[in-house]
Design a protein around this ligand. Structure first.
Ligand code: NAD
Ligand code: 6OD
Length: 477
């Protein structure tokens, strides 16, 4: 299947092709059309027309029914989605089959449930004598923002695309989506599912292409776009914000992280080690929620670090970095860590397979220690399978180290002391704190980050709020 744009209900491969490269073995496996400025314009015009046409006239019930049909459509083509996601990202098939694709369908179901019958507030208000006395009724309705641009990254391509598309559609917006240039396939399948679900033309549009100076920038700088929902790197967020400023376009940003794990001496050691292996190395560290800084209370520092490094050395079946460029960036941090004085306890290099995978973009799961808090490797997001382990003495120091970061997305706390968990969690400057678990998701909860990790919250009502505008109606009765 060749990735295609989907504009105004029509699939098109207009534009110059760029190669689609398999991260598993480095081979070119396809071609992707780069959307021109004209194609982006056309998509934005189609979205506007949909709002002025049948899509704009749909009721909340009708939109929720569409969302459920889309979820059914994803599930009906489950295997195709799994294959495409695993091929584009190189992630283990099992990960795509247990996380990415079920969550993509789950996003549509969750927002169908949340948007349907969403309560609206009403207030009885006394009318002052100068306005005629009596009562008034104030009630608040929410209306869609209009044309919403959705820009998503390559690490969880369909999960993160649908995480925004589902609530945007549920709230009645028309969407123009641009997935990452590295991972166009499941977005194209999604467009096919949406087409088959019978959404009015223009309600959902898809354009492929690059970011800076290309389709992504054309879209987010477009005067016809009423809001931008973006997931990706913090530096890209800044660039998008500069363009959005020209039209005061509202943004919701889910950005980078340098997430800490705090392991207290009273933690269940095995559980904390296994949990940190998962939080640092799932999808080879290419999840924004992954742990890259591990702080361990001194009495268990040696035992924890030894066990973590041993488990990391034994990891098998992990996937590659998404691209040669990203592999080179991750390896440059492996080298920088050593230059900065780190001791490498596990990994640090490139695995050898003796087969076609040697042409791919694999790096070893890596555990390092011995760096000061100001080292670049401890402060900058690597977005690969690496974590730095450092000791701490008490709770205050643990919190101070966790917060000593330009980022603030997620944190994990490992302790069997419930009081400590409740004391520490709210002191951590992050949008999400997991205690004795990691990446346990409930789609109704707020999701997002502080500092350089984002602007706003998505998830549940938070997404529906972002993708709609409250309008208060005051009726004198
Ligand atoms: P990226 O910022 O390079 O790209 C993300 C998307 O933005 C892509 O679709 C890209 O084409 C587009 N883009 C790039 N430059 C643009 C520009 N100037 N204008 C408009 N669009 C532009 O990110 P990536 O490399 O795809 O993903 C990795 C990054 O994403 C990491 O920093 C990671 O932490 C972050 N991330 C954050 C979350 C979260 O929920 N907070 C989730 C996943 C990934
Ligand atoms: O689980 C989610 O809803 C979510 N937004 C995950 C983000 C992961 C980042 O890579």
């Amino acid at each position: 299947m060749k990735p295609a744009h989907y504009v105004n209900g029509v699939f098109t491969t207009a534009g110059t092709d760029f190669p689609l490269i398999s991260p598993v073995d480095g081979r070119t496996v396809g071609a992707v059309p780069e959307a021109s400025r004209e194609t982006v314009d056309e998509a934005v015009r189609a979205a506007r027309a949909a709002l002025d046409g049948p899509w704009g006239a749909t009721s909340s019930e009708e939109r929720c029914a569409y969302l459920r049909r889309i979820a059914d459509g994803i599930e009906a083509r489950f295997e195709e989605f799994v294959e495409a996601e695993a091929a584009d990202t190189g992630k283990p098939r099992e990960l795509a089959a247990t996380v990415d694709i079920p969550r993509a369908a789950g996003n549509f179901r969750a927002y169908a449930d949340l948007a349907y019958g969403r309560p609206e507030r009403a207030y009885n208000t006394s009318v002052p004598a100068w306005s005629g006395s009596g009562q008034a009724l104030n009630y608040t309705v929410r209306r869609p923002l209009g044309v919403v641009a959705v820009i998503s990254p390559w690490n969880l391509p369909l999960l993160l695309l649908t995480w925004k598309v589902a609530p945007a559609l549920a709230a009645g917006n028309a969407v123009v989506a641009k997935p990452s240039e590295e991972t166009p396939s499941t977005a194209t399948l999604l467009a096919e599912v949406i087409d088959a679900a019978g959404l009015p033309a223009g309600a959902f549009n898809l354009v492929h292409g690059h970011g800076a100076g290309a389709a992504g920038e054309h879209l987010t700088a477009h005067p016809g776009v009423d809001a931008i929902a973006f997931t990706g790197a913090s530096a890209t967020g800044s660039a998008i914000m500069r363009n959005a400023a020209a039209h005061v376009t509202p943004v919701s940003f889910e950005l980078g992280g340098k997430n800490p794990a705090l392991v207290f001496a009273d933690a269940d050691l095995e559980e904390a080690v296994e949990g940190t292996i998962r939080s640092s190395f799932t999808h080879s560290g290419q999840i924004c929620l992954c742990t890259e800084r591990v702080y361990v209370q001194r009495p268990i520092f040696e035992a924890f670090t030894r066990a973590l490094a041993e488990r990391a050395r034994g990891l098998r079946g992990y996937g590659p970095m998404i691209s040669a460029q990203h592999r080179d960036k991750v390896l440059s941090y492996y080298r920088l860590a050593v230059e900065e004085g780190a001791t490498v306890l596990a990994g640090g290099g490139v695995p050898e397979f003796g087969d076609a995978r040697d042409g791919g973009f694999h790096v070893e799961p890596t555990v390092i220690t011995g760096l000061p808090p100001h080292a670049r490797t401890v402060r900058e997001e690597v977005f690969g399978p690496i974590c730095h382990v450092a000791p701490f003495d008490d709770e205050d120091e643990a919190v101070r180290l966790a917060n000593d970061s330009p980022y603030g997305l997620a944190a994990t706390v490992w302790t069997t002391d419930l009081s400590r968990a409740h004391r520490v969690a709210p002191r951590i400057q992050a949008g999400i704190v997991w205690v004795n678990c990691w990446n346990l998701r409930d789609l109704r909860t707020p999701f997002g980050g502080v500092k350089a990790s984002g602007i706003g919250r998505e998830g549940g009502e938070y997404s529906l709020d972002f993708f709609s505008e409250p309008v208060n109606v005051c009726v004198k009765i």
